[in-house]
Ligand binder design. Structure first.
Ligand SMILES: Nc1ncnc2c1ncn2[C@@H]1O[C@H](COP(=O)(O)OP(=O)(O)OP(=O)(O)O)[C@@H](O)[C@H]1O
Ligand SMILES: [Mg+2]
Length: 278
């Protein structure tokens, strides 16, 4: 017997191309049925996201589908009106409801945020600081770590992303790809439990993009937990354990990259993939 699932219900539940096979590692980020609106504009309409330790999750979808908003909610840079956010199995505490919902515990938010590092499309390096100073700034100023030890780590991370020779240069003296790699070194120097990337390669020319993609792939291979918003389907396919396709604030389809890209089930995802492959 075939049971017809009403289109609305199917849409709200999304299509799972493959069952989500969670690895046997503890959860780092869990988002459950998150709702987020800007005034009257509902941007996230009940979205779930799980990133276990060592997993790479990619978020894809059309412009305006809510990818950056979801990432900013995960990083607690945005308030949300409903749903839960857990970090390493600790629930974010809220007070108030709906549009009046706010985090209840500022110290919890700071603690969680310092364990999540975000890398933005536009690098966001401080132009008045050298690359080394940029990488050292937050661990020294926010985490109050010993500057000598931080400098050692900062140089190690600059080495890792392949720009150790640029430590004393100013951001303006670097190419876009080098600036983005500096931004990744800065994120790593916080030694976060997860890295969040918002379109890390979108501002770059194709050849510079590859430098950054190589670094992201290396981080995936060493088992970093990452959530990556990207328009680059090759990147999503190559590095992810799990891909989420957002459409108008809902998960339209999600699954392992091979299944999602190889045999997309939803009409919308098929349309999106054929548009992005042009
Ligand atoms: N601060 C804000 N105030 C009001 N509306 C916003 C704000 N930020 C985002 N939005 C709206 O929320 C919706 C989702 O935006 P979001 O930036 O999350 O999309 P996106 O999927 O990241 O798109 P893109 O691929 O273009 O980056 C859009 O309609 C956008 O205009
Ligand atoms: Mg965006």
């Amino acid at each position: 017997m075939t049971i017809a699932i009403p289109a609305d219900l199917r849409r709200n539940r999304g299509i799972r191309t493959t069952e989500v096979q969670l690895p046997d590692t503890p959860p780092v980020i869990e988002i459950r049925h998150l709702h987020k609106a800007y005034g009257q504009l509902e941007v996230l309409k009940g979205v779930d996201l799980h990133a276990n330790q060592g997993q790479v999750i990619s978020l894809i979808g059309s412009s305006g589908s809510g990818k950056s908003t979801l990432l900013r909610c995960a990083n607690l840079l945005e308030d949300s009106q409903q749903g839960e956010i857990l970090f390493c199995e600790e629930s974010v505490k809220w007070r108030g409801t709906g549009h009046n919902r706010r985090p209840a515990d500022a110290s919890q938010i700071t603690r969680i945020r310092t364990n999540l590092s975000m890398v933005f499309q536009s690098f966001n390096l401080w132009s008045h600081m050298t690359i080394l100073q940029n990488v050292m700034e937050a661990p020294v100023q926010v985490l109050r770590r010993d500057p000598k030890e931080v400098e050692e780590k900062a140089r190690m991370y600059l080495e890792k992303v392949g720009i150790a020779d640029k430590a004393d240069a100013w951001p303006a003296q670097l190419s876009g790809g080098q600036q983005q790699r500096a931004a990744i070194a800065r994120a790593l120097c916080m030694e976060p439990k997860a890295l969040l990337f918002d379109e890390p390669t979108s501002a770059l020319d194709p050849e510079l993009e590859q430098e950054v993609i190589r670094v992201i792939k290396a981080l995936a291979e060493e088992g970093r937990t990452m959530v990556i918003v990207t328009h680059d389907m090759n990147l999503a396919r190559d590095v992810s354990d799990h891909v989420i396709f957002l459409h108008k604030g809902l998960i339209e389809e999600e699954g392992a990259p091979d299944a999602l890209f190889g045999s997309p089930k939803s009409e919308r995802l098929r349309g999106f993939l054929s548009a992005t492959s042009n």
